[in-house]
Design a protein around this ligand. Structure first.
Ligand code: AMP
Ligand code: GLY
Length: 434
């Protein structure tokens, strides 16, 4: 029986490196293709595709998949999902892990997502949507409570401005809607009440019907310790988080995930892939800050470090609507990921800095390196090639031991201008010690 699979993985970050490692551990993998020509980790695990990977030339990727008899496509990032790659690449003989363009609006169109949440009474911040900057400004003037102003479209995770007062909110509307600092993503804004509480990320696999909730994670979006400095794509993450008690997880499933999938179905959308809920744990219970339609980065790195099972088969079961048959577990240990970023990140990441110490970390047990903005120079040395250069993820019997092992490994790596936070998971571990 032909049971081996030819798989294409789309994306080139730390998340995709972690996904590729799990795919290549499957005994059912025949061959893996990747869409990066430069990522040093992906190129060790897969073969780069020999065609452009753009929405406007999607037919080239479709023809690549046909030519190479690809059985399964796994889509990592949000942009290709929002551009309809899943719709274009799926066929009678090919499964796609990742939602359709229409379903991806849950992340790509925050105004639509808010409307969906409202229609299904899903707990989220009270909000209003505006397409006219003057009306948005008038609304801001009429409010007294602190507000959050969000560009409705995709803005690389940076389109959210949390404001402390009316001046800041006015300024946020001006920047997003008039100056268009996030481009067309800011033609519509959502202005919402500012919630307070700790944040968690809950990721679930969804096959259209069945929802399989994975262990809760926490990420750290700000550049500097103690949540200071600019927002980034994520400077570290850990899994599980002790903040998400069983009671909270049950509420998340019952009040948020199930009603969301049901509401999508009422819209005629069969959601298949990862549904990621960014949540704030408020006094009134968990509320949705945002939905993402993919694995989180860097949450995936600690999450998949704990995954035990056949990831390729799981992706296939999710894509085929057979999640009910899936068999997998998560390691009982904790995982902590520390991101090492380049000089100048996030504004102007410097590239070309040589990275030292990788072999010393590769020899450590219970530690993995997931590359992101890294490449090889002409001599074959691994150098910085983007903002978040790599994540170092460690497993430990406790979150404290995972965290200290991740930092021990991070301390062995060096490159000019390397930046990292020293407090990933520290609040959670302090809470556990107390
Ligand atoms: P988002 O991309 O929507 O998750 O927003 C990015 C970050 O902005 C979140 O991780 C929160 O820290 C913050 N944020 C978003 N919405 C709100 C809100 N309604 N109240 C308070 N903080 C928020
Ligand atoms: N870690 C946040 C995200 O993936 O959007």
């Amino acid at each position: 029986m032909h049971d081996s699979r030819r798989v294409l993985l789309i994306g080139s970050g730390g998340r995709e490196h972690a996904i590729a490692r799990r795919l290549t551990q499957s005994p059912r993998l025949e061959r893996l293709w990747v869409t990066s020509q430069t990522h040093p980790g992906l190129l060790e695990l897969g073969t780069p595709v020999d065609c452009p990977v753009h929405a406007r030339e999607i037919y080239r990727l479709v023809s690549f998949c046909d030519r190479h008899a690809i059985d399964l496509v796994v889509i990592g990032p949000e942009d290709p999902l929002a551009e309809g790659f899943a719709d274009a690449l799926a066929s009678n003989t090919r499964l796609v892990f990742g939602p359709t363009k229409q379903a991806a609006k849950l992340e790509a169109d925050k105004a639509w997502a808010k409307q969906l949440m409202r229609s299904a009474s899903i707990p989220t911040a009270e909000s209003r949507t505006f397409t006219d900057p003057e009306k948005a400004l008038a609304y801001v003037e009429s409010r007294e409570e602190p507000l959050v102003v969000k560009a409705a479209g995709l803005a690389k995770g940076k389109g959210v401005i949390v404001c402390s007062n009316t001046d800041e909110a006015r300024d946020a509307v001006e920047r997003i809607m008039k100056q268009r600092v996030f481009g067309d993503a800011g033609s519509t804004v959502i202005i919402e009440e500012r919630l307070t509480g700790p944040e968690i990320s809950v990721l679930a696999l969804v096959d259209g019907r069945t929802i399989c909730i994975m262990p809760p994670c926490q990420d750290h979006k700000r550049l500097l310790d103690n949540d200071r400095g600019p927002n980034t794509g994520g400077m570290g993450a850990f899994c599980p988080t002790p903040l998400a008690t069983d009671d909270i997880m049950q509420r998340v499933e019952r009040e948020i995930l199930i009603p969301t999938v049901d509401a999508l179905r009422r819209e005629g959308i069969t959601y298949r892939g990862v549904l990621y809920a960014g949540l704030m744990l408020t006094h009134a219970g968990p509320k949705v800050l945002e939905f993402n339609v993919r694995f989180g980065d860097p949450e995936t790195q600690p999450l998949l470090a704990r995954f035990r099972g056949d990831f390729l088969t799981l992706c296939e079961q999710t894509a085929a609507g057979r999640l009910a048959d899936a068999e997998f577990t998560f390691d009982g240990r904790s995982a902590c990921c520390v991101v090492l970023a380049s000089a100048g990140y996030p504004d102007k990441p410097r590239t070309g800095d040589r990275i030292q110490g990788l072999d010393a970390v590769r020899n450590m047990d219970n530690v993995v390196i997931d590359f992101a903005g890294a490449a090889r120079d002409e001599q074959g040395h691994i150098v910085t090639a983007g903002g978040r250069v790599m994540g170092i993820t460690a497993l430990g019997d406790t979150l404290e031991s995972a965290r200290s092992l991740a930092y021990e490994a991070a301390g062995r790596i060096s490159f000019p201008g390397m930046q990292y936070r020293t407090d990933i998971a520290s609040q959670a571990t302090a809470g556990q010690r107390a």
